[in-house]
Design a protein. Structure first.
Length: 197
């Protein structure tokens, strides 16, 4: 018997594994309905495949496998394009037309709110105002998720966050051994980004 519904809103495939997988698996094991929503397919992320549709398809396939292992009852993709990052970790100038960072926040919030209402969600998780480590799509998740909860009347909004200092130290160390591509899904607001797993 389901105890209630928790929606986990993420920017890209694999963000769920990095940030909220333990909570998702715990709630699913306890009998809660767990729904995973991603804004994009992560088609501009770091991987062996070149950025583009094939990478997005591969990452979505991985997302479905991850969701199954975590006990998710449903996966929803909002359909925006991965915004990528600039070389310095900020907003990329060469963004696709449908980039999530450029989406109208109210329209995107309405899309997410429709899922929250349909699921009668009791809680939704988003990122902190800095987007965890500053990725523009993660910052947009915060804005869109907060507004969607207001629209849907979802009573509990939890913010996933990370301690940025050790993360930035680890990324600087990794940059000594790995050359990072120009546009990527992961990374801090300054400096290189880690390879996707």
């Amino acid at each position: 018997m389901a105890l209630g519904t928790a929606v986990f809103f993420h920017a890209h495939p694999d963000d769920e594994a990095l940030l909220t997988s333990g909570t998702m698996a715990m709630l699913a094991a306890q009998g809660y309905r767990v729904v995973l929503v991603v804004a994009t397919a992560g088609e501009r992320g770091l991987a062996d495949l070149a950025p583009g549709d094939a990478l997005g398809e591969a990452r979505m396939e991985e997302l479905y496998k991850s969701a199954a292992l975590l006990g998710c009852a449903r996966v929803v993709r909002l359909g925006y394009a991965d915004s990528g990052l600039s070389e310095t970790g900020g907003v990329a100038e060469d963004r696709p037309d449908n980039a999530f960072i450029d989406a109208d926040s109210e329209e995107a919030a309405q899309r997410l709110a429709a899922v929250l209402k349909e699921e009668n969600a009791e809680l939704v998780t988003i990122y902190d105002p800095a987007g965890g480590y500053g990725h523009p799509d993660h910052v947009q998740v915060h804005r869109v998720g907060k507004r969607a909860a207001e629209i849907a009347g979802t009573p509990i909004v939890l913010e996933a966050t990370v301690n940025r200092d050790p993360l930035l130290r680890a990324l600087r160390l990794a940059s000594r051994f790995y050359t990072f591509p120009r546009s990527s899904t992961c990374g801090p607001s300054s400096g290189p980004t880690p390879p996707a797993r």
